[in-house]
Design a protein around this ligand. Structure first.
Ligand SMILES: [Zn+2]
Length: 365
């Protein structure tokens, strides 16, 4: 009989849920100590992985309680206690403002007072900065749940059925040129990239649909609707970036929707407090964004600007896992040349396809 979550929260020993010998064998199952009832997401994450072990568990060996404190209105979890429970070890030496952790599965890097982190060398941006209080580092629980766990502990059979259809959305079009730097507007380069990705995806079992195949204007609200009508399993919006002249910015970044309440990297992007349709897929969005970013930064010589979160219209309203790729800065002369180069475009397209296929393999296993 399934246990009620609140019943588990009230009944289990709050110190730790599994003894050390079980913990050593349980990886990659999720093991989270519960500090206080009411934090049901912690409990439910634990239940997902370890409920089948429950009956065999003898009396638990107490570990120190993970400390949870309130900072910036958020629950912050003490990082070294969390790391200990996940069998991460601190890597030394490290710069004084960095925390480096490693276990058999992953290497993590955090920067004190910064939202920048790395998972296996790929940059990810947390919603809230890692903070130090009384000599201990703390990380926001919402970032554990929405940034780290989706990548470190992806669920099996995530989509229930195999992925079939990918919708590619070449940004801008028609009366909306997008960025205009270098040779040709952004709307041209996004369409060329989409067609390149399509030609590669057509060699795989996946079906691919483009939101537009010509230079026509498509309203932002319509774009995720087109994906929905085509029963897309994944939705990728393609863009190129621009920064003010002299800003010296280049590189690739991928966006997914921030969880409700968390800040957005883009200013004019709706109500931060509410859940959007796209928030149903927070975990899948993050996993897809991470795998595509990883594929790009490992196969191309481009700067890794990381996985970021923004409430872009097309991400808010997507009903399937959705990401927005900013494939480079048209404002940087050297990067603009690469964006216009068909060989570079082909490599970028291949890396995006490889990221999609990595996601497909991982969620269908
Ligand atoms: Zn754009």
């Amino acid at each position: 009989m399934p246990l009620a979550l609140n019943q588990v929260a009230a009944d289990v020993c709050p110190l730790t849920l599994l003894p050390r010998h079980i913990r050593a064998d349980a990886r990659p199952l999720l093991r989270v100590s519960v500090f206080a009832s009411g934090r049901l997401w912690l409990v439910s994450l634990f239940l997902l992985g370890s409920i089948r072990l429950w009956a065999a568990v003898p009396a638990p060996t107490p570990l120190p309680q993970p400390r949870i404190i309130k900072l910036y209105g958020q629950d912050y979890v003490q990082l070294n206690r969390w790391a200990e429970e996940r069998e991460f070890k601190r890597v030394e030496p490290a710069p004084s403002d960095e925390i480096r952790l490693t276990n058999r599965r992953a290497a993590l890097t955090f920067k004190v007072d910064s939202r920048r982190a790395e998972i296996n060398g790929v940059v990810v941006w947390l919603s809230y900065a890692v903070a130090v209080r009384n000599g201990s580092a703390f990380i926001a629980g919402v970032d554990l749940k929405n940034v780290l766990y989706p990548v470190l502990y992806p669920a099996k059979n995530f989509h229930k059925t195999p992925l079939r259809t990918v919708v590619l959305d070449p940004g801008h079009g028609g009366k909306d040129p997008g960025n205009e730097e270098g040779k040709g507007p952004e709307k041209l380069h996004t369409l060329l990239l989409a067609k390149e990705i399509r030609s590669l995806l057509e060699k795989t079992p996946l079906k691919v649909v483009l939101v537009r195949t010509t230079d026509k204007f498509v309203d932002l609200d319509q774009r995720p609707d087109i994906a929905k009508k085509n029963r897309a399993d994944l939705y990728l919006s393609l863009h190129y970036n621009a920064a003010p002249h002299g800003a010296n910015v280049r590189g690739v970044e991928i966006y997914c929707l921030p969880p409700a309440g968390a800040p957005s990297a883009s200013g004019n992007s709706g109500d931060a407090r509410r859940d959007y349709l796209g928030n149903r897929n927070n975990v899948r969005n993050m996993l897809l964004a991470f795998l595509v970013q990883k594929s790009i930064v490992r196969s191309l010589t481009v700067e890794d600007r990381g996985v970021r979160h923004a409430r872009y219209a097309v991400l808010k309203n997507a009903t399937m896992p959705a990401i927005l790729i900013e494939g480079g800065f048209m404002s940087d002369p050297a990067e603009a040349q690469r964006i216009e180069n068909p060989i570079h475009r082909r490599k970028l397209a291949q890396a995006i396809v490889d990221g999609i296929l990595a996601y497909k393999r991982l969620v269908e296993r």
